[in-house]
Design a protein around this ligand. Sequence first.
Ligand code: PD2
Ligand code: ZN
Length: 295
Amino acid sequence: MIRFCLISLVFLLSISSLLYESSSSSIINPSKVKQISWKPRAFVYQGFLTEEECDHLISIAKSELKRSYVADNESGKSKLSEVRTSSGMFIKKAKDPIVAGIEDKIAHWTFLPKENGEDMQVLRYEHGQKYEPHYDYFADKVNIARGGHRYATVLMYLSDVGKGGETVFPSAEQESPRRKSSTSDDDLSECARKGVAVKPKKGDALLFFSLSPNAIPDPISLHAGCPVIEGEKWSATKWIHVDSFDKILGASGNCTDENPNCDRWAALGECTRNAEYMVGTPELPGYCRRSCRLC
Ligand code: PD2
Ligand code: ZN
């Protein structure tokens, strides 16, 4: 009898663990979230992505990497800059069930709609590569036209990094010196010691807000990707806007592609990188509105 009960118990436990496994991809566990700063509002979720999810994103990105661009503050056009020396690519929303599952998880954690998110950007930083201090909100009108300002960023670490590669908030208010850093000082690079820092750990995710609760750009959200000193860093960024990024505001009709290459360009991330041409502005519609999924 006792033997029968034990066997039944083991059976029930394995069934429930299977059920949990199969539905756990979008379950959010608040006890894994640590607040690292209030000014700016920044939080780390330990183990947000599974090993398999991290490896999957890297395997999609690996063969498609191109040198990263930054947006020009005046024109909004993408340009090469020494401010950002990584390589990257964009993964289309819901490209496959794993990507869609990660996007569901982000929406559940942030309470922000999936349609407000841009395509996910996967980045690779090799030795010495970095992203100098910057804001994720835009200073130009062209980029704000689609979805309004970037409101929040979810930065997912897809690999461990030997040394360096931390994400640092140099203007963050520290409650007591570096108490909030996710790691001890000895583990941090010189760059990371200049503020509140997060050491990349495979599967962890950092959520921070670029606008204050009153929706005004928050200059304290200044942040940087420190140079990689040992190893390689892979990360994935989901930028989330105040409004839908999937439909353009103030536009009516005219939802066509004007160039046969639009579809290919959109797959390469040009809807974000070259938004003025591809998407357009409230005054002048772009040339690839259909492929950029504006209607
Ligand atoms: O990869 C990073 O650590 C990093 C740092 C700052 C990424 C971004 N910004 C970004 O993608 O905006
Ligand atoms: Zn950034």
